[in-house]
Design a protein around this ligand. Sequence first.
Ligand code: PHE
Length: 457
Amino acid sequence: MSQRISIHGQWSSRLLFILAASGSVVGLGNLWKFPYITGENGGGAFVLVYLLCLALVGIPVMMAEVLIGRRGRQSPVFSWQFVAAEAGASSAWKLAGWAGMLAGLVILSYYSVIAGWTLAYLVRMVSGSLMLVTAEGASSIFTQLVLDPERLLAWHTIFMVMTIKVVSRGVTKGLEQAARILMPLLLFMLVVLVVYAWRQGDFSQAYAFMFNSDFSKLTPNAVLTALGHAFFTLSVGMGAMMVYGAYLPKGISIAKTSILVGLLDTVVGLLAGLAIFSVVFAHDLPAGDGPGLIFQTLPIAFGQMPGGSFFGTLFFLLLVFAAWTSAIALVEPMVSWWVEKRGVDRIRAAIWTGISAWLLGIVTILSLSSWSFSFSFGGVLKRHGLFDVLDILTSSIILPLGGLAIAMFAGWVMSRDAVVEEFEGRAGIGFKLWYFVIRFITPVAVVLVFLRAIGVV
Ligand code: PHE
């Protein structure tokens, strides 16, 4: 049984799995979303809760998710089906695979639109047209972009084509190749930027904002947002890590690699936050500006700093690369499912998945202009109608519930022996600790955060 391998192929080495998984986790979540939700939720206390969610929920669930994937060796829906049957459990568990696959499609639909913004800004940075831009200028450039559905559609289309192109090439020639080239570049660019922000920006204020906790500002919804983001940033709860696990050869430690990838993601998120807020505070720009934060503030800062045009270009290039390697992971659960279910070739499956997400992306594009409406989510004003709704529905609801299902399954439904077998038969202290967390701490934490957010406790 353990000799089965996925029909889609497998990672060529441990390093390539780490690169590909890092490519999936490090994305717009770290560089765009984490800074703006931290800004919206007042910094410090939010960051602390987020870190706790990563350690107690996100990373343990990542291990369980990769484990289920490697045991199932198929797309998430079929891996769920396989492990449920093996454990003698109800086949209804595969609903978690379905929910995750659809969540991936929804996330990709808006992810691609935001990635489109980064492409648009990259071009502007390269052209130098953002140099010496004023605060009003930067905000009007951003507004003009998001209020222009045709332009957004064009960038969204380009990004979707880039993504589908890679995915259609398969695990080795597509996913691995992209990670092999893009990830080292991305890490290099990040380091350059952090050094730059540290020397030119207001690093100490950024540090204080992110790490001085004021718990009075923390609403129950902020806690749910932090939990949801822990899942989002780790690409956990929707099957991406499960399918990456399905391609993981036997003998590679799930625990070590997951912890490494989780830590890398955490460090990248914190460094990106510090770099971005250093620039924001150095120019007295507002931190709580929502999804436009980096697009409205960073061009002003880069436009005024020595070498800003070069570093600005580097930053937006970093965003594009990060988004690209993550978008691939968002599509993979559905593409692999399509190939297995219908026996179609990968290219066709990738194209159809891409078209579906592309069409759905139009909802986000229109929510930014003609369909926009505002609502309040736990005291934070959300101004982008259905885009915000889709984001909250996926990151704050489906991903945590998917994570809960994964934790419950690995902790309570799967036989302990099967779990230990995926840990290379080693049930030492590390394993026992993880097993305890996944059985008790993770489920209780997720349920409590939910109950608190809806006002029950
Ligand atoms: N982790 C990615 C990010 O931080 C987003 C993502 C979520 C990718 C789920 C794949 C699956 O941007």
